[in-house]
Design a protein around this ligand. Structure first.
Ligand SMILES: Nc1ncnc2c1ncn2[C@@H]1O[C@H](COP(=O)(O)OP(=O)(O)OP(=O)(O)O)[C@@H](O)[C@H]1O
Length: 225
């Protein structure tokens, strides 16, 4: 689904990645770890074309990102759901409107998605919160709303950036369970996290691989976590 070959990236003078190889095959579940500031968010942005590599290639759904025009990028992005580290809600819109936002941005008439909305909010246990504003939600509720928004267009790939970062352990486990459910439905999942306990908790339920950013490259970690 997403493949990086010898990809390099710098912010101005600051090199973040050099010769990164990465392959997220269909239906796989990966965790992405690494100390703060090593580039987890940056790598995710490269995967959904918010950032272009300076060198090497990135293929998304088999297509080289450099060969895509803006329309191609927009179409590809609908196939990738993103849970941003800070959720990125529009605080003047309700939870329901925020979850439906990708549908409006994609120019869909929204009817099917509105039918999906209630199902989706039920799935993340937020059906009572549909008319609330994002600032009125707890941290765990916000993360679950962000997950609902990431999957409203039924993407094939879900990228979640520290989705459990500010949550207590029970809430983190609930969110992990939702991500594992999505993977069992065939979705390809990449979760950036600092939390080794989260990775250990996933082990009995999903054959997740662990990627570690080290020395500006992405390494497959061993089983010794
Ligand atoms: N827009 C930007 N311009 C310049 N430097 C940036 C920009 N965004 C991130 N960086 C730098 O790039 C490096 C990687 O940042 P990134 O946010 O990808 O790391 P991270 O591993 O996700 O960190 P954290 O775990 O703290 O969220 C950091 O040193 C950061 O300061």
């Amino acid at each position: 689904m997403i493949e990086l070959k010898k990809a390099g990236f710098s912010y101005g003078g600051g090199e973040i990645f050099r010769d990164v190889d990465l392959h997220l095959a269909q239906g796989t579940f990966h965790f992405l770890t690494g100390p703060s500031g090593t580039g987890k968010t940056t790598l995710m942005k490269m995967c959904y074309q918010a950032l272009m590599p300076d060198s090497g290639t990135i293929k998304v759904f088999g297509r080289d990102v450099r060969a895509m025009n803006r329309d191609d990028v927009a179409l590809v992005r609908r196939r990738i759901g993103v849970v941003h580290q800070d959720c990125q809600f529009l605080n003047h819109l309700s939870v329901g409107e925020n979850v439906l936002l990708p549908s409006f941005v994609a120019g869909r008439d929204g009817l099917d998605d509105q039918r999906n909305l209630r199902e989706l909010l039920k799935w993340v246990e937020l059906e009572e919160n549909i008319d609330q504003l994002p600032p009125e939600l707890s941290g765990g509720e916000r993360q679950r709303a962000a997950l609902a928004r990431a999957v409203i267009l039924s993407p094939e790939v879900i990228l979640a950036d520290e989705p459990t970062g500010n949550l207590d352990w029970n809430m983190a486990q609930r969110l992990l369970t939702l991500l594992i459910e999505l993977n069992k439905m065939g979705k390809t999942i990449l979760v950036a996290t600092h939390d080794m306990n989260l990775i250990r908790a996933a082990r009995p339920h999903v054959a997740a691989r662990v990627l570690r950013i080290q020395g500006k490259r992405v390494h497959l970690a061993g089983a010794d976590l």
